[in-house]
Design a protein around this ligand. Structure first.
Ligand code: ARG
Length: 566
């Protein structure tokens, strides 16, 4: 409890001003054993300043607190001064901090409206969204939500892969084998198939690659037919992506793909040339790095004049710096793109040293399916809508088995499926590889999305039965062990959210939700809320209401749908 820490600091530094510099809220630790107390103050680092052994210091400090009603017990254990809170006082303070959305208002001021640009999801046009897009989409949206909640100006950008020679391949192939109408009718899966077919034919006849290049050149030169095809690819792809975005509640402020930066490429290259950062190497234009950077040169323009993914990213980075004046720009992709971003960020830093540290690659590990049928698809893409559909269908079976009385089974099942997929992704630290196991992911027990949703249904059920809430609470009625544990867990909300934001790590919140759920379930098994004596019911209901607001906020930040019956 920060309040108590501040009170302790004030008292101690009042008596010993010389340690002001080295004593802050971060000095406190959790006691090794919770029987010792709720917080501990290690006194070792004051020894030099106060010229006393730590044990003696702790002893002297403890004298300052005689008669302090905030602390029930203060013990000195080997130089650690342990404070046991007066529970009622602690609970009164904590409830004050959490009631009426106070804590939310406090957190809202942290970001100070600083701009954070988040580049996430970014699928490649004409390809179905794949698993790495799922991870980027879910993690990126959560990072967006967390920043926004903390009062940052979050800007979500979908940097679509909408430029490159692959579109030449598709155009040639479709001109040969298909028509606009067929593509319009059959959609993105058809484009996937055509792409795969092109590659198998091109193996037999290498001339096809040249034909594809010619078509891509046409696109670069604004050829009418080429543009018409390209626009169709984007439309068909966005139709498919939008369905997934809607289901996952994902929204962007800007959908500006790679093609958006084509218009700035010449200027970008000129700017780098003017700063003497470029050189010609084997006919190509490159930026070379200092030897101790240990990175291959960044290719800007190939000998045939074509620009690259990196050129467009450098352009995009410059654009973002001027347009958004960002505090940070975050790129959420899998770890495979690490070198790419290291190169791009370094080039930008060489161009504009002030940008150092602004750009951040938030990387994640691989997601794989234990379900062989899913993972061995043609073209190695597991279509995301199929993943979500399958999750929903499995959830329907589970609902039936459980005989739950639910009116809108399909909708609820979809929410369970989505919650399961999201939680599975966000509950481990993002850099880890994760395996997708249907039964584990959808189980109602264990560390799963459905479990998180189910605990919330219980919370809602309790609150539903309370007729009216009193605001005048008798805090002494919620000092029992289970209520206290729950409150101690609720108290961590602020730190957990801040930590997950600083580390761009939604898993911190996911794991916190598990803690909330665990302490709530223990509370619930031991403490009746509805139907006990009036004052007790009021106090417990108040506690559950606070829990509900914190719990719902965490679910919301992760994108896990809330269900009221399951
Ligand atoms: N479209 C790329 C891919 O699917 C990811 C783009 C990431 N963002 C960026 N600014 N490069 O691999």
């Amino acid at each position: 409890m920060k309040e108590f820490k501040i009170q302790i600091i004030e008292k101690v530094t009042g008596a010993y001003p010389s340690i002001k510099e080295v004593l802050g809220v971060e000095t406190f630790e959790n006691p090794k054993n919770s029987d010792f107390g709720d917080i501990a103050l290690p006194c070792f680092k004051f020894a030099g300043i106060l010229k006393m052994p730590p044990v003696k210091i702790a002893e002297n400090f403890s004298l300052l607190f005689t008669g302090d009603k905030n602390f029930e017990k203060i013990v000195n254990i080997n130089g650690y001064l342990n404070f046991k809170f007066n529970r009622e006082e602690y609970i009164r303070l904590l409830c004050g901090e959490f009631r009426d959305g106070n804590i939310f208002n406090k957190l809202k001021t942290i970001g100070n409206n600083k701009t954070i640009v988040i580049d996430y999801s970014h699928p490649n046009i004409a390809k179905n969204m794949g698993i790495h897009n799922l991870r980027s989409t879910i993690i990126g949206q959560s990072i967006y939500n967390i920043h926004k909640f903390l009062g940052y100006n979050s800007i979500g950008v979908n940097h679509l892969g909408d430029w490159g020679t692959q579109f030449g391949k598709l155009m040639w192939a479709l001109e040969e084998w298909s028509s606009f109408e067929e593509v319009e009718e059959k959609g993105i899966l058809f484009l996937n198939d055509i792409y795969v077919r092109f590659h198998s034919e091109a193996e037999k006849d290498p001339c096809l690659e040249e034909s594809a290049r010619i078509w891509f050149k046409k696109l670069e030169n604004n050829d009418h037919t080429a543009i018409k095809w390209w626009k169709l690819f984007i439309k068909v792809s966005m139709d498919a992506y939008d369905k997934i975005y809607e289901r996952l509640n994902v929204k962007f402020d800007y959908i500006t793909g790679e093609s958006f930066y084509i218009r700035y490429l010449d200027e970008t290259i000129k700017k780098l040339e003017e700063k003497n950062l470029t050189e010609i190497s084997e006919g190509a234009l490159v930026v070379k790095f200092d030897e101790n950077e240990n990175m291959p040169p960044c290719l800007l323009r190939k000998s045939d004049g074509a620009t690259l993914y990196a050129t467009r990213d450098i352009s995009a980075a410059m654009y973002r710096l001027t347009k958004f004046k960002p505090y940070k720009v975050i790129y959420v992709t899998d770890i495979a793109q690490e070198l790419h971003f290291n190169q791009v960020f370094k080039v930008i830093e060489m161009y504009d040293p002030c940008s150092k540290g602004k750009f951040k690659h938030v990387k994640f590990g691989r997601l794989s399916f234990s379900d062989m049928q899913m993972s061995t698809r043609k073209g190695n893409i597991v279509p995301l809508n199929e993943v979500l559909d399958k999750a929903r269908d499995k959830a329907i079976e589970i609902i039936k088995e459980r005989n739950a009385v639910i009116s809108d089974k399909a909708e609820t099942a979809d929410k369970i499926g989505i919650g399961a997929v999201i939680f599975n992704d966000l509950s481990v630290s993002r850099i880890k590889n994760i395996e997708f196991d249907w039964d584990k992911t959808l189980s109602f027990e264990g560390e799963t999305g459905p479990h998180i949703q189910y605990s919330f249904v219980r919370i809602l059920n309790i609150l539903e039965k309370i007729e009216h809430f009193e605001t005048n609470i008798d805090y002494s009625l919620i000092t029992d062990e289970y209520s206290y544990d729950l409150l101690r867990t609720i108290e961590q909300f602020e730190n957990k959210i801040i930590q997950s934001c600083e580390e761009n790590e939604p898993s911190v919140i996911a794991n916190y939700l598990l803690d909330l759920s665990k302490t709530f379930n223990r509370f619930y098994q031991n403490n009746r809320v509805v139907g006990v004596e009036n004052d007790l019911q009021n106090s417990r209901a108040f506690l559950i209401k606070i829990l509900q607001s914190v719990y719902a906020k965490c679910m919301d930040l992760l994108g896990i749908p809330i269900i009221d019956k399951m």
